[in-house]
Ligand binder design. Sequence first.
Ligand code: 13P
Length: 253
Amino acid sequence: MRKNIVAGNWKMNTTFQEAEELIADILEKLETAENQCEVVVCPPSVYLELASDYANDYDNLLSIGAQNVSEHEKGAYTGEIAASMLASMNMQYCIVGHSERRKYFNESNEQLALKVERLLENAIRPIFCCGEQLDEREADQHFKVVETQIKEALFHFSADEFSNLVIAYEPVWAIGTGKTATAAQAQEMHAFIRRIIAEKYGDKTAGDTTILYGGSCNAGNAKELFANPDVDGGLIGGASLKANDFVAIANSF
Ligand code: 13P
C-alpha cells in the first residue's frame, strides 16, 4: 500500500525566529489533527537541526526533509551539503530536481540521477520533482517532457531502489502563480506517471509509489486534488508557510 504524504517546501523563506515559530505552530496543530497522511516539512538547510529537534519532542509527528543535496560524496565543494551529512542529522527526505533548481542552477537529469544515488546510499527518501513548462503543455509535449525527466534521472535504478522514491509532479506554470492544475489535469498526468513506472518496474512497484501534486495547492483545493485515485498528496510551497493552511491541507484526505 502506498502512503499519502503532504510535504511543505519552505524554499528560501523565514528567519530563524520565524522558522521556530512556524515549526512549533505546525506541531501543536498536528497534535490534535486527524490527518490520514505522513506530514513532512522541508525548511532551509540551516534550520534542519532546529526542525528535527522539535519533531523529536513531539514524538515525530512530523518528518523532516532537506530541499537539495550535492551530487558529490564529500570534499572540496564549498557551500554544498552531502547526503551523508543529512543522514547524520536523521533527515528522512530530500527534495531533488525542483524546477527552480533546474531553472536557476541549471540542474540536469544526469546530475539529478547522481543526487538521487547519493540519497539512496544514505537511506534518505528522495522527493523527485518533474513537470512541464507552459509552452510545453501548450505544444502538447507535457507527457513527453515528464517521461524524459523520469526516465533519464531514475530508470537506471533497480525496482528495490526505486521503491524508496517519492515522485512530485509540479507543472511549472502552476508554481507560485495561483493557477492550479485542474483535478482532471493532475489525475491524467499522475496516471501517466504510474503507467510508465508500471511498464518499467511492474504493477506492484507502480502501485506502491507515492505521487504528489505541487503547484498552487492550498487549503481550498487540496480536497478535490487528493480525491483523485492517483494523487497521493501534495508538495506545498506558499501555503506551507502558514501553519493553519498547511495542517488543513494535511487534513484534506
Ligand atoms: P506553490 O505551492 O507556492 O505554488 O509552490 C509549489 C512548489 O514549488 C512546491 O515545491
